[in-house]
Every structure is written in structure tokens, then in C-alpha cells.
Design a binder for this molecule. Structure first.
Ligand SMILES: Cc1cc2nc3c(=O)[nH]c(=O)nc-3n(C[C@H](O)[C@H](O)[C@H](O)COP(=O)(O)OP(=O)(O)OC[C@H]3O[C@@H](n4cnc5c(N)ncnc54)[C@H](O)[C@@H]3O)c2cc1C
Length: 383
């Protein structure tokens, strides 16, 4: 990799890489087959900072810069898509909104609890059974003030980590009149009365990353559990998703890199018509395209992370990075299977799992269609 990382980032990359080789890679198939969350390794990621990447040091976090976050997410994705998704749902979705918008009281109470792997994780519930892309118009879960409490009713869908979380930051409608200032984020502890977390959904891929439906039946939490401003939920969500898109793009680059490496190894070993299939130009061209696309995606991920670290706008760049990296990962995993021939379709080989894991990336944290809408808005406004 040619990108000019500083010494701290290079050291961080090595630490995470070594962790992933030891902890994630050897368990990736088992986690998928058994649909089991890799708690043991996730906990071990706590002391090295992988659970506190969005949390300031004052609250026990490692508070890494955005490029370091992207480095970690690529490495984790390279090792195990499922476990990588759990890490990013915790860091980017489950803790970043508290660190960025939460009151001092919320930060002190919840961030140290989830920063080091001693307890459970954080989660964010935006999506509902009837609405994912259309959050502004579609969120029906509501919170009403009664005395010094919020009373929450409604249901959420696809909440990653919900069953293994200390709390769920929940996007709710606090102004029934609707509009862009009618949504808010409220922290709901998972042991709250009236909160029901459904069983983990049966998924095509990322089967070691539990995602749940959640229902709120007169759930009461203190008014102080509001995360950020009342009516600021939509803006806070959009900004959280901008950052999250860099992470999902980075996981996709990691998945694609792993698929490329598997394809190269296989192409060198597999013989057909008297020679290694890597000698065929058709196979070589596939490998070239895969390597080229991975490099382009990684560069765009780093560019958007760099813009974020500079405090500059990066909404368009994060959308481009996410869109390209996630669709690229699917193409690369597809070709990795093709290069493996029939064995690529077998669960004995890792590439079929990577292909299934990569498929989610064009959907979660904003579908490809939504990324194209975001990019088009910028293009039409300025060019
Ligand atoms: C494994 C997994 C984990 C997830 N984790 C979380 C989580 O932790 N927290 C959370 O809140 N959510 C989570 N999600 C939900 C995810 O973010 C949503 O599925 C996603 O945002 C799409 O929403 P939807 O499924 O409701 O699809 P819809 O919004 O109903 O979209 C359906 C189709 O219509 C298209 N579409 C919608 N609107 C437009 C438009 N304006 N123009 C063009 N096309 C459009 C979409 O692109 C898509 O192709 C997760 C989902 C999965 C599968």
C-alpha cells in the first residue's frame, strides 16, 4: 500500500493486523457456520482500543483519527466480515453519537462502560419495519414527555448488536407534526421495562453479526437520556451515517482484499491444460481488474477519511467511497469465486462467505441508490 501513513498509523495498522490474524481469521468460518457472535475476540479488542475508536480518552476510549479508523475497519473486514460489522456498529453507530452530541452525564455514565470490552456493546436503531431509506418521513416510533421521563412506543428493525448491547440509541419522533426537526435520539438501556429484543434475524451473510427487531412498549427513560438536541435527530443521524459510510467502505475493501489474495493463491496452484491457471491471460486480467479496483476504492476511502480529519466537508466523497467500494467488493468476490471454479461455490473455500458478506455492504448505512442520490445532489448543485 502506497498511501503515506504517519508512524502512528503504521504502528496501529500492524497492531490491528496482528490481532486480526490471531483472533478473527481463524474463527471466521466457524462464526458464519454456527451463526455465533465472536464475543471472546471482540472483548480482546477492547484493551488495544478497537472498542473505543470513537470515544475520547477521557472516557476510556482510544479516539483514533478517521484514517486510523478506516485502517482498522479494512483489517477487520479482511479477517471476518461479521465481526467487523459488529465493531463498526458499536464504534460508529453505538458510541459516536454519544461522544459527539451526548451530555456530560451521558458520556460519563455510558462511554467508559463500553469502551474496553468488559461489558456489552452499543447499538443504534434507526430502521423500522416500514422504513429504512426514508427516515425523515417514515419513522413511527415516538417518544412523549411525561413528567421527568420519555415514554417510547414503536418498533425498530435490523438493529445490529441489539442483543449484545448495554443500550440502544433509538431514533424517535418527538414532534408529531413531522418535518426535519421532529426526530430525536434517545438512549434506551437494554434492561428497560417494556423493551423487547427479538431473536437474531436469519441472514444470507454476516451470520456471526446478530441483527434484531426491537419493540418499545411504554418504555420509560429519564429526560436526560436525550442524545443531543431535541429535534436534532435527523441531522445527527445524517452526520453519523456520513462517517459510517467510510467504515462500511473500508470493511468492503478488506473483504475484497481477502478475496483477491485467495484467488491469487488458488490461481497459482490450480492446473488446467498443463499449466497453472494463473498463466492464462483471461485469469491474469481478472486479477488485474480486482487489484486495480481495490486500490481505487482504498484511495477514495482514505481521501474521505482525510477530509473528515481536516474538518472539511466530506458528504459527497463518503458517498462516492461507500458506493464504489461496496459495489467493487461484490465484483471482486464474484471474480474470486469464478477463478476458483466449482470449488469457489463450495463452503470449503472462504470466497463464497466473502461474497455473501459483501452483499450487505451495498444496503446497510444507505443503499447504493441513496448514495447515488447524495452524489447527484452535489453534482447538480455545483457542476
Ligand atoms: C444485516 C443488516 C444490518 C443492519 N444494521 C442496522 C443497524 O444497526 N441500525 C439500523 O438502524 N439499521 C440497520 N440496518 C438497516 C439498513 O440500514 C436498511 O436496510 C437500509 O437503510 C435500507 O432500508 P430498507 O431496508 O428499509 O429499504 P428501503 O428503504 O425500503 O428501500 C428498498 C429499495 O428501494 C430503494 N429506494 C428507497 N428510496 C429510494 C429513492 N428515494 N430513490 C431510489 N431508490 C430508493 C432502496 O435503495 C432499495 O433498493 C441493517 C440492515 C441489515 C440487512
Amino acid at each position: 500500500m502506497d498511501f503515506d501513513l504517519n508512524d502512528e498509523q503504521k504502528t496501529w495498522k500492524k497492531i490491528v493486523h496482528d490481532f486480526v490474524i490471531k483472533e478473527l481469521r481463524p474463527k471466521a468460518r466457524e462464526v458464519d457456520e454456527k451463526e455465533e457472535f465472536n464475543w471472546d475476540s471482540v472483548r480482546k479488542g477492547g484493551p488495544i482500543g478497537l472498542l473505543g475508536m470513537s470515544i475520547p480518552e477521557a472516557y476510556g476510549g482510544s479516539n483514533v483519527d478517521s484514517i486510523s479508523n478506516a485502517i482498522a475497519m479494512e483489517e477487520l473486514g479482511w479477517g471476518c466480515g461479521s465481526t467487523a460489522l459488529a465493531f463498526t456498529a458499536h464504534n460508529g453507530l453505538g458510541t459516536a453519537p454519544i461522544a459527539l452530541y451526548g451530555s456530560e452525564e451521558l458520556k460519563q455514565k455510558w462511554l467508559p462502560l463500553v469502551a474496553r470490552g468488559k461489558n456489552k456493546l452499543g447499538a443504534l436503531a434507526l430502521t423500522e419495519p416500514g422504513a429504512g431509506s426514508d427516515i425523515q418521513g417514515g419513522v413511527l416510533t415516538k417518544a412523549e414527555k411525561q413528567g421527568d421521563e420519555w415514554v417510547i412506543n414503536g418498533s425498530k428493525m435490523w438493529c445490529t448488536n441489539a442483543g449484545i448491547a448495554e443500550y440502544i440509541i433509538t431514533l424517535v419522533r418527538t414532534d408529531p407534526r413531522g418535518g426535519s426537526k421532529s426526530l430525536s435520539m434517545i438512549l434506551v438501556p437494554t434492561d428497560s421495562k417494556g423493551l423487547t429484543i427479538g431473536p437474531a434475524e436469519k441472514k444470507m451473510g454476516l451470520r456471526g453479526s446478530p441483527a434484531h427487531g426491537v419493540t418499545y412498549d411504554n418504555v420509560r427513560v429519564p429526560l436526560g437520556n436525550l442524545v443531543g438536541g431535541e429535534g436534532r435527530g435527523l441531522q445527527q443521524t445524517l452526520s453519523t451515517l456520513d462517517a459510517g459510510r467510510i467504515s462500511i467502505g473500508a470493511i468492503s475493501v478488506g473483504l475484497a482484499q481477502a478475496a483477491l489474495e485467495a484467488a491469487v493463491n488458488y490461481a497459482r496452484e490450480r492446473k488446467a491444460f498443463g499449466q497453472a491457471i494463473s498463466e492464462f491471460q483471461a485469469i491474469q486480467f481478472k486479477l488485474s481488474n480486482m487489484a486495480m479496483e481495490i486500490e481505487l476504492a482504498r484511495t477514495m476511502i482514505y481521501k474521505s477519511a482525510w477530509l473528515k480529519d481536516q474538518g472539511r466537508p466530506y458528504n459527497k466523497e463518503a458517498a462516492i467511497a461507500k458506493l464504489f467500494a461496496t459495489e467493487m467488493a461484490e465484483r471482486v468476490c464474484y471474480e474470486a469465486i469464478q477463478i476458483h471454479g466449482g470449488y469457489g461455490y463450495s463452503r470449503e473455500y472462504h470466497v463464497e462467505r466473502m461474497y455473501r458478506d459483501a452483499r450487505l455492504m451495498t444496503i446497510g448505512e444507505g443503499t447504493s441508490e441513496i448514495q447515488r442520490l447524495v452524489i447527484a445532489r452535489h453534482v447538480l448543485a455545483s457542476e
